[in-house]
Design a protein around this ligand. Sequence first.
Ligand SMILES: Nc1ncnc2c1ncn2[C@@H]1O[C@H](COP(=O)(O)OP(=O)(O)OP(=O)(O)O)[C@@H](O)[C@H]1O
Length: 249
Amino acid sequence: MSLQVENLSVYYGDVKAVKNVSIDFPDKGITALIGPSGCGKSTFLKTLNRMNDLIPSVKVEGLVTLNGKNIYAPDAKVTSLRQKVGLVFQQPNPFPFSIYENVVYGLRVDGIKDKQVLDEAVEVSLKKAAIWDEVKDKLQTRADKLSGGQQQRICMARVLAMKPDIILMDEPTSALDPISTKAIEDMLDQIKKEHTIIMVTHNLQQAARISDYTAFFSKGELIEVGKTKQVFLNPEKKATENYLAGKLE
Ligand SMILES: Nc1ncnc2c1ncn2[C@@H]1O[C@H](COP(=O)(O)OP(=O)(O)OP(=O)(O)O)[C@@H](O)[C@H]1O
């Protein structure tokens, strides 16, 4: 797997929200995207699986390649891109169906009907999302009736069922309590061995705790990126140091 971004700029109308960003994402592990509110983290993240396509005023310039292929090429298929690059939102957003049907949703869209295949995908994905033991006896319960933390892990399982190479997460624990947050962080620590995870977080302690790499954004620009320890303990740029010290510009 290789995800590379070259000179990427994203505009909302005339406003340039992401400015000439270049970054090669390391394969596997967690990369945290940090920076002040409004610096373009979410816009950048959504560009990686073309979620911004849904906003009419958005214009994207530059190159995003997945395994050497331009994801914005005219013949690139958005559905197959989103299978390889899944997205988990800030607010848990399970569909108003059963837990089972949430997890197999993408597989059904793909035309998979074999019950044994679907059953196995449900078990494997819920186990990976660290929620199998809590829900295995009530797979027909509606997913949107679970707690927020459980709903978020069901959303993770729904993404994992598609076996994505890359999982994008936009502040996945900001709506959750500390215990649910820990459950998600422990789960990410396991699945990062098999997936490349790119996560926007406002929580610097979370970034320091669970990410392997950190990218610091400010005013639409990527200021620096490196191993998390390096960025937090010995940042190259003054702007990074100031942000981490709580001195907002
Ligand atoms: N749909 C939109 N239409 C117009 N402007 C937008 C839209 N979404 C975001 N913006 C603007 O683009 C800039 C970057 O926003 P973005 O949400 O990417 O930042 P962020 O770093 O993720 O912020 P936060 O941490 O607060 O979520 C901001 O100035 C924001 O107002």
